[in-house]
Ligand binder design. Structure first.
Ligand SMILES: [Zn+2]
Length: 281
């Protein structure tokens, strides 16, 4: 545990080469983090309660990692090259505007909030950006990599499940354009490049078996966290799971609804199914 940054829970059962991570569920807003957007609006960017959906992982032999800070402070599911150079005083030589997320204002540090609200009155200083990278982004990314490396070294393989939620309806900032209803669950495996396809199918079967609709790689095929950490040929598998928030929470009030219990049963079943799969492999 690093206060305000991350919480790590290791397996409390026989350990398996299986890890669930929740990079966007944090809601501890760092001291001095000021934006033009009100806190209750900022909170719409959180993957609220996703950490709780998967918190049974350590009891089945899986490891678990969650970020405590909010996604809108610095986005763990981006690479350092996803920094918008126009947001930083003096520019950001390592960054680039030549990518979809940066153009939408949703790079490593977001320039705008949904639907298109500027977050800052002026550019950020390089010191401010480095504080977020060194104090928050790197500790989480390094902890995740160390956990995956440790499991891979011990077992010769590792399965990483990267856990998210999505608004029920797409916004202006969405790849698919505004106003589209999202599926219940979207699985992303980088179009088959980030994990054994049997894992994608297994997750699909668990959710569909409980009556949820599942889409694969559309509209999300997975972002930096699964791409940076996967290499299926070397026994490193990563799968991204996006769950439709309307199934378990009130998206405006950011409060659980009765659907939360049903969804947590599904995610708990998913953890058990993945644990079985890994145990047999
Ligand atoms: Zn997310």
């Amino acid at each position: 545990m690093i206060p305000g940054v991350l919480v790590r829970r290791d397996s409390v059962a026989d350990a398996l080469p299986l890890l669930f991570d929740s990079p966007h569920s944090g809601n501890v807003y760092p001291e001095g983090f000021e934006t033009l957007v009100a806190r209750d609006v900022l909170r719409q960017a959180e993957d609220a309660f996703v950490d709780e959906l998967y918190d049974s992982a350590p009891r089945t032999g899986a490891a678990f990692l969650a970020a405590l800070f909010p996604r809108v402070y610095i986005d763990l599911n981006r690479s350092l090259a996803d920094m918008d150079p126009d947001l930083v005083e003096g520019g950001w030589p390592e960054g680039s505007t030549d990518n979809f997320k940066v153009r939408l204002g949703m790079g490593l540090i977001w320039r705008t909030h949904y639907p298109d609200l500027p977050l800052y009155p002026s550019k950020l200083s390089r010191d401010e950006v480095m504080r977020r990278i060194e104090g928050y982004y790197r500790p989480y990314r390094e902890e995740l990599l160390a956990m995956l490396d440790g499991l891979h070294a011990r077992f010769g393989q590792v399965v990483h499940v990267n856990c998210h939620s999505m608004p029920s309806v797409s916004s202006l900032k969405s790849r698919e354009g505004p106003g589209k209803r999202r599926p219940d669950v979207v699985l992303g495996d980088a179009d088959g490049a980030s994990c054994d396809p049997r894992l994608t199918r297994l997750a699909q079967d668990v959710f569909e078996g409980r009556g949820f609709g599942v889409a694969i790689n559309d509209p999300y095929n997975g972002a930096d966290l699964i791409r940076a950490h996967s290499d299926p040929a070397a026994g490193r598998h990563s799968l991204q799971i996006e769950i439709n928030r309307a199934l378990y929470m009130d998206e405006t009030a950011i409060a659980k609804t009765p659907g939360f219990g049903r969804m947590r049963e599904a995610t708990t079943a998913l953890i058990a199914a993945f644990a079985d799969h890994v145990r047999r492999a």
